[in-house]
Design a protein around this ligand. Structure first.
Ligand SMILES: NC(=O)c1ccc[n+]([C@@H]2O[C@H](COP(=O)([O-])OP(=O)(O)OC[C@H]3O[C@@H](n4cnc5c(N)ncnc54)[C@H](O)[C@@H]3O)[C@@H](O)[C@H]2O)c1
Length: 302
């Protein structure tokens, strides 16, 4: 036996991309080639983060930087939170830059992506964290406000993914990234369950669309070696949630008592999963959503 087993090309049906499955090969030592540290490394890779100027997106800039990557943030904010400027001090050999843009404006976003490619040379990963969470009763919603929520949360995710994926398909594989690219959408527990004490019909449905989009793109872009996954955090301490709790103090009680783990997430709780999803540690994972909710998606204790 020569160790090779040939299989028929199941993907070459009419209308498919015709990519050919790799022949099966015995490789008993294959799993010894790369250490866990190597698999999780983002060294030399450039990751674009929408909504990176503050909140969860800002925490992700640190996660990527700490794993060795360069970061370009896309945000409507004029200036990122001062923490962003810490990155260059902590990681002087890596590149960090803020691009003021709007994820809902396709042409503007295209120009920002072009500028990133000009400055960084390539894009290896994308995280879409730009989002808003209006809280208004369904029966009173103004169509313009509903449209704005979908534009930022869903269309902004769609546009950013498309523009970045197009760029990824033009890039040659490198030593530090032989596998195309990885895209991570920030969805929400709200894609699965209505938020207790809140009226977030548009937010919930906009995030449901994001989870579906990751599944569709994970399949469609697999042939381009682009993986697409989403994460669904539960209640996480950021300006977004703190602002909500200030306006509606009962929400603070819900957010800390609803999760079986009896606390909100700290942004630190989300750093590991995005490094995993962006890196080769998750090389065989695509079209999947990961819930990080302190258990709330599985049920309540009372
Ligand atoms: N905080 C939570 O509890 C929680 C839970 C689940 C999911 N999420 C999701 O995580 C993401 C980040 O949330 P957060 O709590 O950090 O919010 P945040 O308000 O602190 O940060 C959102 C960022 O997105 C940017 N942004 C908004 N509109 C934009 C646009 N049109 N173009 C570019 N940038 C834009 C904002 O300027 C801001 O920097 C959101 O998608 C949110 O829905 C948050």
């Amino acid at each position: 036996m020569n160790g090779h087993i040939e299989f028929p090309d199941a993907h070459a049906a009419p209308g498919t991309n015709g990519s050919t499955p790799r022949p099966l090969k015995r490789d008993p030592d294959g799993f010894l080639r790369r250490s866990v540290q190597d698999l999780f490394s983002l060294a030399q890779r450039t990751v674009v983060i929408t909504g990176g100027a503050r909140g969860i997106g800002l925490a992700f800039t640190f996660a990527v930087a700490e794993a060795g990557g360069h970061v370009a943030i896309l945000d409507v904010a004029d200036e990122p939170h001062p923490h962003f400027h810490e990155l260059a001090k902590r990681h002087p050999k890596q590149q960090f830059k803020h691009y003021k843009t709007d994820v809902t404006k396709y042409e503007v976003l295209q120009k920002s992506i072009d500028a990133i490619v000009e400055d960084f040379g390539r894009i290896d990963g994308l995280i879409t964290a730009a989002g808003i969470c209006p809280d208004e009763p369904f029966l009173e919603r103004d169509p313009k406000s509903v449209a704005r929520c979908f534009e930022i949360n869903t269309l902004g995710t769609y546009y950013a993914a498309q523009l970045v994926a197009k760029q990824m398909t033009t890039q040659a594989p490198t030593d530090f990234n032989p596998h195309g690219g990885s895209i991570v959408f920030v969805a929400s527990i709200a894609a699965y369950v209505a938020s207790k004490g809140q009226c977030t019909s548009d937010y919930c449905s906009s995030k449901g669309a994001v989870v579906s989009l990751a599944k569709a793109l994970g399949v469609e872009l697999a042939a381009h070696h682009i993986r697409v996954n989403s994460i669904s955090p539960g209640y996480t301490v950021t300006d977004m949630t703190l602002d909500l709790c200030e306006r509606m103090p009962h929400l603070g009680h819900i957010m800390t008592h609803e999760p079986p783990m009896r606390r909100m997430a700290d942004r630190t709780d989300l750093k590991g999963i995005v490094v995993y999803l962006l890196s080769d540690a998750s090389a065989y994972q695509t079209a999947e959503d990961t819930l990080i909710t302190g258990g709330i998606h599985a049920g309540r204790l009372m």
